[in-house]
Design a binder for this molecule. Structure first.
Ligand SMILES: Cc1ncc(COP(=O)(O)O)c(C=O)c1O
Length: 377
């Protein structure tokens, strides 16, 4: 039987393994030199003053938002086309996620919709660099300045992406990365907050550890968390980060190869990465089916691809249509029609460092044939 082509798989080298083993033999498994080293390396990769490593991207979002004084009764404007955690982090703080629709080409939040969604309760904007494509940060920064709003970038999918010469993770008051195993760099589980603001960095450092800074007494006026990362995880992430440029180059090559093999099929809309001033680190390769495919037809394509041994993902269900959307802390501003239309038609294709030519052939053949079979008569 032919092997299944997985949706994602981490790239783990001998060096990565040795880095983790060194921590194990050191006996220091938390709060040590690997965490500090990883934070320094991440801050330097993003061109920011500092980074605070935490246990997950979601934990990082919660800390960064809290550091920007988001709390009960506040509104935070974000996108409906994102991983659910973006909105959950806002809601866990007692604030409301106000969803402003996306641009149908970039799939990122539309700055004009952000401007229209601002109210006197708005405290912050949380743009997401979806699949590693940088959000339109110049207009977003202008809107934030005009309305005195904080910006927290959700850069969980965008380590290594740049726009206008600036790294994702360096363009807001704070930014958050995630290191789940499907990411360009992984620590198994983990995340980090980056910032140029010493007060934000100190808040995150303190609150990830029950309100304490290393070697100091409890100093936090509000309850802290255990959002620490272990030394084992930090060592793995630091080792991976060392080869970030080559990890990104590989993903860029894979994305071009997918583009080449799938272009010319009018039922398959390829991800748009054409903008001149941007470098995209490619977290995922996601295609959109043409408008005439409805959600059932898309699901049939995915099911048939699965029968052919090709794993696919649904990145993303629009967050306001998930079961968890019922209840307080979320509302759509005006309309999320573009996000809904996209969400009904997206298919994430297998995408990882060691994806080989034969596997890519199988993915493309499966997609093209399954889309063909679903074509309306
Ligand atoms: C856009 C986005 N935000 C937030 C998260 C949450 O990260 P984590 O799963 O590490 O909590 C992810 C993770 O996959 C993500 O893709």
């Amino acid at each position: 039987m032919t092997e299944v082509v997985p949706l994602a798989r981490p790239s783990i080298t001998q060096e990565d393994r040795e880095a983790v083993m060194r921590v194990l033999t050191s006996g220091r498994l938390s709060g040590g030199p690997s965490t500090l080293g990883f934070e320094r390396r991440l801050a330097s990769a993003c061109g920011v003053a500092g980074a605070v490593a935490v246990s997950s991207g979601t934990a990082g979002l919660m800390l960064a938002l809290q550091a920007c004084e988001v709390g009960p009764g506040d509104e935070v404007i974000t996108t409906p086309f994102t991983f659910v955690a973006t909105a959950s982090a806002i809601r866990h703080l007692g604030a409301t996620a106000v969803l402003a629709d996306i641009d149908p080409v970039s799939w990122n939040i539309d700055p004009a919709r952000i401007a229209a969604a601002v109210t006197r309760r708005t405290r912050a904007v949380l743009p997401v660099h979806v699949f590693g494509r940088p959000a339109e940060m110049t207009p977003i920064r202008e809107i934030a300045r005009a309305h005195d709003l904080r910006i927290v970038e959700d850069a969980c999918e965008a380590l290594g992406s740049h726009i206008g010469g600036m790294a994702c993770g360096s363009m807001g008051d704070a930014a958050v990365f995630g290191f789940y195993p499907n990411k360009v760099v992984t620590s198994g589980e983990g995340g980090a907050v980056t910032s140029n603001d010493p007060a934000i960095l100190e808040w995150c450092r303190r609150q990830r550890n029950h309100g304490r800074l290393p070697g100091s007494a409890y100093g936090s006026p509000v309850p802290g968390h255990n959002f620490r990362i272990s030394e084992l995880q930090a060592a793995l992430a630091a080792s991976q980060l060392r080869r970030l440029p080559s990890l990104i180059r590989r993903r860029q090559r894979l994305a071009s190869e997918y583009d080449r093999r799938l272009s010319g099929h009018e039922e398959i809309v390829l991800p748009d990465a054409e903008q001149n001033d941007m470098t995209m680190a490619w977290f995922a390769y996601v295609v959109r089916l043409a408008d005439r495919f409805d959600v059932q037809a898309r699901d049939r394509v995915r099911a048939r691809m699965s029968d052919l041994g090709v794993e696919t993902g649904h990145y993303f269900p629009a967050v306001h249509r998930l079961p968890s959307a019922d209840g307080p802390g979320m509302r759509v501003h005006d309309s999320a029609a573009h996000a809904e239309a996209l969400s009904d038609r997206v298919i994430a294709l297998p995408f990882f460092h060691d994806l080989d030519g034969d596997q890519m052939d199988r993915v493309c053949e499966a997609l093209i044939s399954c889309v063909g079979r679903q074509r309306p008569a």
